[in-house]
Design a protein around this ligand. Structure first.
Ligand SMILES: Cc1cc2nc3c(=O)[nH]c(=O)nc-3n(C[C@H](O)[C@H](O)[C@H](O)COP(=O)(O)O)c2cc1C
Length: 228
């Protein structure tokens, strides 16, 4: 591989979903540089369909409070934007989804039967794992699958640039389960659809949850080489 690719490769290996952050604030000037660079992400027809709302301090706390109030309502409180996973997810994807959850709880020493501890761990999501900054990624509701893929490319660009800047992140589509609440609280109208949150901050490198590296399936499960 040419030497010029090394930085991207390093960032790809170093990035992971970080689920515990320190309270060290994030420099907004650095974030601005990162977003400016991420504008180079490609998009079909150069639509650049991604839009983001970036919060810290009181506006971020207001979202956490609003979503906590909806969670307290139980199932009545759900305001999902979309199905996070296809209904009736089949193999091999269901095993991968199940496996990552089990491995996360195992890394934290939480046994399967301890439902309360598992739920508490999941609920950490709705504090953004105590990250000082939350980015909500959304787009116009008229956009379809190609533009959602463009949003993904932008998101990965941002996550890799954060790594380069010494910052950490965790993408969080769980916020879409309370998507309308998030949108109302941050002032987005119904013409927008919330894709995901992205918790941003400095990794708490001592936290047990951050020691765990999620494996990937072997290449032959995803690449079909033809004519080589
Ligand atoms: C769009 C998107 C949404 C995600 N949503 C969540 C989430 O709500 N909560 C969470 O803990 N992890 C979430 N993740 C993280 C995935 O679980 C993680 O990317 C996957 O297990 C691979 O681990 P890694 O990112 O550490 O390599 C999300 C990832 C992506 C790309």
């Amino acid at each position: 591989m040419p030497a010029t690719d090394t930085c991207v490769t390093d960032a790809l290996h170093a990035r992971r979903s970080v689920r515990a952050f320190t309270d060290k604030p994030v420099d907004p000037a650095l974030l601005k540089e990162i977003f400016a660079a991420a504008q180079r992400a490609p998009s079909g027809g150069n639509l650049q369909p991604w839009q983001a709302t970036v919060l810290t301090g009181e506006p971020w706390q207001a979202v956490k409070d609003a979503v906590a109030a909806r969670i307290a309502m139980g199932r009545e409180g759900y305001e999902p934007e979309y199905d996070i996973y296809p209904k009736g997810l089949t193999e091999p994807w269901e095993a991968r989804r199940f496996g990552v959850g089990e491995a996360l709880y195992a890394a934290l020493g939480i046994p399967r039967e301890d439902k309360a501890a598992r739920l508490a761990r999941f609920m950490d999501n709705y504090r953004g794992f105590d990250a000082p900054v939350m980015l909500f990624l959304h787009c116009s509701r008229i956009m379809g699958p190609p533009q959602w893929s463009d949003m993904g490319m932008w998101l990965q660009s941002v996550m890799l640039l954060l790594v380069e800047a010494g910052l950490a992140s965790c993408p969080q589509e769980c916020w879409a389960m309370y998507g309308a609440t998030v949108r109302r609280t941050v002032g987005l109208d119904d013409g927008q659809i919330l894709f995901t949150g992205l918790a941003i901050g400095h990794a708490d490198t001592d936290a047990a949850v951050n020691q765990w590296v999620v494996p990937r399936v072997p290449l032959d499960e995803v690449i079909d080489w033809q004519g080589f």
